[in-house]
Design a binder for this molecule. Structure first.
Ligand code: GTP
Ligand code: MG
Length: 422
């Protein structure tokens, strides 16, 4: 099981309904309208929590709802605003709309919130509609439904250094030797089934995050072995340690085939700065390979770092070299979160009319919102909706499409019967 992808459902709170109410007082024969507005629905945000490093939490909980706004009441009492909901995600989480695939946010910085579902607008109470020429409005709006969507979360682990190599090279042994991570280690290939992360802390105070991924073999990009599904975990690392198995018959051939697999997955991986280490030099057959392998790599302009992950020989030199290189390679500058606010605030009045069996469907953000906010208990609300749809051009478009009284009009989740006034 891999926990670096998750699909979650987010639902912002609906706006509270406005109230329809008239003042009742002793000795005042006709009180004015005093129905208060509803409260705005709560928004849903994703926020980076630096403590988290997986999306594991979303296997236990997938559905998230922000609070709805309170309903307005008489005596001009406003409904309370629905509380926003913040969902904690690990740094490096990429958020997409699951349906459209649209990138919504790329969350790297702690505390950086991304709005992913907008709470519904408040419904206005009848007091809000009162004017000198309209002194006793008998209508109120319903709150707008909150935005609802499925999100696809993807976590690219933010490691600085990735260890790559054939199965059994000793990658996990090296990770375990230099960090507090406790990966599974065994003398058979494909011991590691998912990436392990650990923090290296050098005694000069420098530190970096190391990730060990499952072993690669020739053809990994086409699915051989465990395939290339883990390579995305090292796409954002700044440096690779390519670990060669000192007990292999031909470490250099393996070096080249792994390098090809990296390039086939993503050419930038093959271009990443890297250190090449030959492991297991505590064993004589491995030690005997140092000179020939070093010689062959030198021909390619590559230095070799002989190490033993078990005895520790050469490891310190390798880690210091890695830290020195990292000092020169800038960290990926965190990108700004994709701003959603302005894009969604711009709700234009465009719409389409579609023929459906037995009626017509209106598609368009504003038209759908106006209908969703109409409280059909009040005939004045229906009249107001009619005027609004007329102003948008919807009524004319329906008539041109040939609508007749009695036909059904579908808008969002509602079905309306086209009548005298609508
Ligand atoms: N003698 C010796 N054995 C080592 C050394 N490093 C790893 N090994 C052994 O090599 C075997 C494989 O080690 P792992 O760390 O599991 O190898 P890996 O590269 O993570 O393997 P996969 O996860 O399967 O890709 C284990 O039996 C280790 O004990 C070393 O420096 N010296
Ligand atoms: Mg391993």
């Amino acid at each position: 099981m891999f926990y670096d992808e998750a699909k979650i459902y987010v639902e912002a709170g609906a706006g509270g309904n406005g109230a329809m109410s008239f003042r009742r007082e002793k000795y005042v024969p006709r009180g004015g309208p005093d129905g208060g507005n509803g409260g705005k629905g709560g928004d849903v945000y994703l926020v980076v929590d630096p403590q988290m490093n997986t999306l594991l939490a979303f296997r236990r909980r997938r559905h998230f709802r922000a609070e709805r706004g309170g309903h307005g009441k008489g005596k001009k009492q406003y409904g309370k605003q629905g509380a926003d909901l913040e969902i904690a995600v690990a740094p490096g989480t990429i958020v997409r709309d699951a349906e459209s695939g649209e990138l919504l946010a790329d969350l790297t910085q702690p505390g950086q919130p991304a709005l992913v579902a907008r709470g519904g607008r408040r419904g206005r109470g009848n007091a809000a509609f009162a004017s000198p020429s309209y002194q006793a409005p008998r209508l109120a709006e319903k709150g707008e439904p909150g935005q609802v969507r499925w999100l696809q979360l993807e976590l690219k682990l933010l490691a600085d250094v990735g260890i790559v190599g054939v199965p059994n090279a000793g990658k996990s042994t090296l990770l375990a030797a230099v960090t507090a991570a406790k990966p599974k280690i065994a003398d058979y290939p494909f011991t590691t089934l998912e990436p392990n992360l650990g923090m290296v802390e050098l005694d000069d105070g420098r530190s970096f995050v190391l990730v060990d991924i499952p072993g690669l073999i020739e053809g990994a990009h086409a699915g051989a072995g465990l395939g290339d599904q883990f390579l995305r975990h090292i796409e954002r690392t700044r440096l690779l340690i390519h670990l060669l198995d000192g007990l292999s018959n031909d470490p250099l051939r393996e070096f080249e085939s792994i390098h090809r697999e990296l390039a086939l997955f993503n050419p930038t991986l093959a271009e990443k700065p890297r250190l090449v280490a030959l492991n297991k030099i505590d064993l004589p057959p491995a030690r005997a390979q140092i000179d020939p392998v070093r010689e062959q790599l030198r021909g390619k302009g590559i230095d070799l770092y002989p190490i033993s992950a078990v005895s520790g020989e050469g490891v310190r030199v390798l880690l210091y070299k890695a830290a020195d290189l990292l000092d020169q390679i800038p960290k990926e500058t965190p990108r700004e979160p994709v701003a959603l606010a302005h894009r969604e605030a711009r709700e234009d009045g465009s719409f389409r009319i579609q023929r459906e069996p037995g009626g017509y469907r209106i598609r368009g953000a504003r038209a759908e919102r106006l209908v969703a906010m109409t409280d059909f208990r009040y005939s004045e609300s229906i009249l107001k909706l009619h005027q609004e749809l007329k102003a948008l051009g919807v009524v004319k478009a329906l008539e041109e499409a040939g609508i007749k009284p009695g036909d059904t009009v579908y808008v969002g989740e509602l079905e309306l019967e086209w009548g005298e006034r609508l």
